[in-house]
Design a protein around this ligand. Sequence first.
Ligand SMILES: [Fe+2]
Length: 404
Amino acid sequence: MFQNSLDIHEVRELRLKTLVYFGCGAIRKIEDVAAQLEARGIRNMLVITGRGAYKSTGAWNHVVPALERHGIRHVLYDKVTPNPTTAQIDEAAALARTIDAKAVLCIGGGSPTDAGKSVAVLLENPTYTAADLYEYKFTPDKAVPVIAINLTHGTGTEVDRVAVATILEKEYKPAIAYDCIYPTWAIDDPALMTGLSEKQTRFVSIDAVNHSVEAVTSVIASPLSVTLGREAIALVAQFLPSALKNPGDLTARYYLLYASMLAGSAFDNGMLHYTHALEHPLSAVKPDLTHGLGLSMLLPAVVKHIYPVRATVLADVLSPLVPGLKGDPAEAETAAKGVEKWLAGVGAPEKLSDEGFSSADIDKLTKLAFTTPSLGFLLSLAPNKADTEAVRRIYSDSMTPLNA
Ligand SMILES: [Fe+2]
């Protein structure tokens, strides 16, 4: 396999819409990024991150001296939580304005990066709030430059134009997608990820698998989204078990990170549909729910529901998880049960009933899937008709194991 022939300690420049410094030791490239910011005349920036990983990973020890060397002043907002809220984004934007920040450096997984992308929009659109942004009160075409130092191998947000935030009071968790929020630079350094817990490792990679499954089956799927998504799933299947067994396995982290980047790019092209549109109501109602766990509980039922209309491509891209599929629409149940078995095998056997959901919640969740801004759009990209009946059936089929 080609993976053995590459040196994971060589930092490479991967050019998507974002310039990605990729490889073990890529964090040192923050020096180059700071130099480029200085050359652009940027003197003040917001650094946005979660509560501790920016320090515990060692990233911070590289960032501060690089900014200092290039004369870039910063303010630090380190209060972003999982499932970040619009209130946090407004608070961070207010802090950024105290020094007239002209760029946003995000350090973390999806949550700090998505929050940072949102702040970058607000800094160029100062009359609006984060809730305005996520309720589509305006369409931004400008944001200050975003830099993403990625600390997880799941979201792919470091290379895409998507961000997600929760409007707590409305139990909405919408997504936005605008060209102006592609990070200008991203740092993907697997060596910063060896401290991810077993649970984080599992669920960020399951997130990447879901991005791929949706991106290859949506109504706008393309050869590019299929190529990217298929490779991402194959890499997760190959390397997730190693990373779970040995968190310090840098080769496994490298290829899981590469998989998440590919999957992010896959859905930047092919977009998402059922699994994400149905997961966002789960984590909007229960903000402590891990995104990847929510997706994992839904995925088998989604596969069962879409397989009949996307059998050929699913048999192909799912083959590393469920060998032997032929692409026959009648295999839907086999494919779904096979995916559920694979998920259980990597330590994710949970279903909605295990996380406190019951059939009494289905009305509310279904309503949120259609009323939350943006989720109706995702549902419109599903490969078959995503009406309330379809959504209810997926929630209902996700309550308990299909393999029971
Ligand atoms: Fe996701």
